[in-house]
Design a protein around this ligand. Structure first.
Ligand code: SAM
Length: 223
């Protein structure tokens, strides 16, 4: 979205405060939406001190920085180098940099890298807030544990996936897309409507534990 400066110095760099956390942002180069403040609080209220969180599309940190205050450890990623720069600055600004490890990768590569590493068995929550496209990244979870020794200890993370739907039954539509993306017959999903973003267009959040059958699936040769 193109923004115009109406008054003041000719800059879109500003400081925002949300739920007591401070965020330095350049609205010309990074994403910010204050309308999601309540949803972010709701999501965070489900995390606890034992959790290890992976934020795949972290932006400047409005989910992962407050999460770091609650949970044991956070791995935060964004493809946009400007967002990553602000994410690092905001981690320091909120004195949480010791609990947050920042990555600058494509979301699919980030999921692959996280679950191929020793960090995998500790990750309990995965946040995927890229509502236009996040469903298309779900196939990255297929086979994440396929090469692990059978006697290894596994955690099946809870995934919080955001999406849009214009369907008459948005929950059914979003659930179908998740099921197809995971190539799974049924997925036990908690579904909630976040907000109406345009007439007839809902933003939804689907939360589900990664099915064991998906985590151990064999990958097709073209993946
Ligand atoms: C809707 S914003 C959400 C940001 C933040 N979680 C929030 O709640 O404000 C989506 C973020 O995903 C990032 N992004 C887009 N495509 C990506 C990709 N392929 N891999 C990783 N990050 C991506 C964008 O740069 C943007 O910061």
């Amino acid at each position: 979205m193109q923004l115009e400066v109406l008054a003041g110095n000719n800059s879109l760099v500003t400081m925002l405060v949300e739920n007591g956390f401070r965020f330095n942002v350049d609205l010309a180069t990074v994403y910010w939406n204050s309308k999601l403040a309540t949803e972010r609080q709701r999501l965070l209220s489900g995390f606890n001190f034992k959790d290890v969180v992976c934020d795949v599309f972290a932006g400047v940190g409005p989910i992962c920085i407050p999460a770091a205050k609650i949970v044991k450890r956070v791995y935060a990623n964004d493809l946009n180098p400007y967002a990553v720069d602000y994410l690092e600055r905001n981690s320091v600004l909120n004195k949480l940099e010791k609990k947050i490890e920042v990555f600058n990768m494509d979301g699919r590569r980030f999921i692959d890298a996280m679950f191929a590493s020793q960090k995998a068995h500790k990750i309990t929550q995965v946040v995927m807030n890229l509502p236009n496209d996040a469903t298309e990244f779900l196939d990255a979870f297929r086979g994440i544990y396929r090469d692990r020794p059978e006697d290894a200890k596994f955690t099946f993370p809870k995934i919080h996936l955001y999406g849009f739907s214009k369907a008459r039954d948005p929950e059914f539509d979003f659930h179908e897309r998740i099921r197809i993306a995971l190539a799974e017959v049924a997925v036990n999903v908690e579904m909630r409507r976040v907000r109406l973003v345009a007439p007839g267009k809902w933003m939804l959040c689907a939360s589900f534990v990664l099915p064991e059958s998906v985590a151990f699936a064999r990958r097709s040769p073209n993946m």
